[in-house]
Design a protein around this ligand. Structure first.
Ligand SMILES: C[S@@+](CC[C@H](N)C(=O)[O-])C[C@H]1O[C@@H](n2cnc3c(N)ncnc32)[C@H](O)[C@@H]1O
Length: 225
């Protein structure tokens, strides 16, 4: 299993995006709430799977001075850097890489981190690795924002043949788009993270245009063992 189709998918998406000015609040109050919480007291942020850097650029306007984005898609990185430039942000950088890139970052380096719609789109073992690395890289009591797709409950996921193609491992699917989807319930996620992070808040974000909801967790990093 590899990320070739994931990369193709996101390269295609981001090559068709326009650059954005992000000095105004995002049109989702829940996202602004989460990013405002993250920015309070943070001077640095790491966004893993940052896409075109919208959360990073917004974090800058909310007061976080330094930022690093990592994304596996070359087009995401290019569009992200273009967004940083469009917003005159020269203290942030976005680099191309996968989970192994996190190895290059020192312990306790960042005040905060963002994992937005990434943990449920990577291989389960890579997701575990990413969480371990975020725990190591973010300072004790530092802030972590996790956003996940909604949990698909009580139905056979594969019955939706338009979207889902194959169950590759328990609760882990290949979509017809080529993307991966790990159908993590709240309790699955909270069980996985409980030794590393403490939940400070948790809420939904609703997308009216697609009639979908995402889940947001605001976490605090526990001390390294
Ligand atoms: C759903 S988008 C989320 C983008 C952004 N975080 C947001 O919430 O708007 C997923 C992003 O993760 C990136 N991605 C997917 N798999 C990855 C991996 N294994 N390592 C790093 N980035 C990855 C994709 O290229 C894409 O930009």
């Amino acid at each position: 299993m590899n990320y070739d189709d994931t990369i193709k998918f996101w390269n295609n998406v981001f090559s068709n995006e326009n650059t954005k000015k992000l000095d105004k609040p995002l049109p989702y109050p829940e996202l602004e709430k989460a990013l405002n919480w993250l920015a309070k007291g943070s001077d640095s942020v790491l966004d893993y799977g940052c896409g075109d850097g919208v959360f990073l650029a917004r974090s800058y306007y909310l007061g976080i001075e330094n930022g690093l984005g990592i994304d596996i898609s070359q087009e995401a990185v290019q569009k992200g850097m273009a967004n940083l430039e469009e917003n005159n942000i020269d203290s942030y950088i976005i680099e191309k890489g996968n989970h192994l890139k996190l190895n290059e970052i020192q312990d306790n380096f960042f005040d905060s981190a963002i994992l937005s719609n990434i943990l449920d789109n990577v291989l389960p073992e890579d997701g575990m690795f990413i969480l371990e690395e975020i725990h190591r890289i973010v300072k004790p009591d530092g802030k972590i924002l996790i956003k996940l797709n909604d949990y698909i409950e009580g139905e056979d996921v594969l019955s939706n043949k338009e979207i889902f193609k194959e169950e590759l491992q328990k609760n882990f699917y290949l979509e017809t788009s080529g993307l991966y989807f790990h159908n993590l319930s709240d309790s699955n996620l909270e069980e996985i993270i409980k030794s590393q992070f403490r939940v400070e808040d948790k809420f939904f974000i609703y997308f009216k245009n697609t009639n979908k909801k995402n889940r947001i967790w605001l976490l605090r990093n526990k001390l390294l063992p």
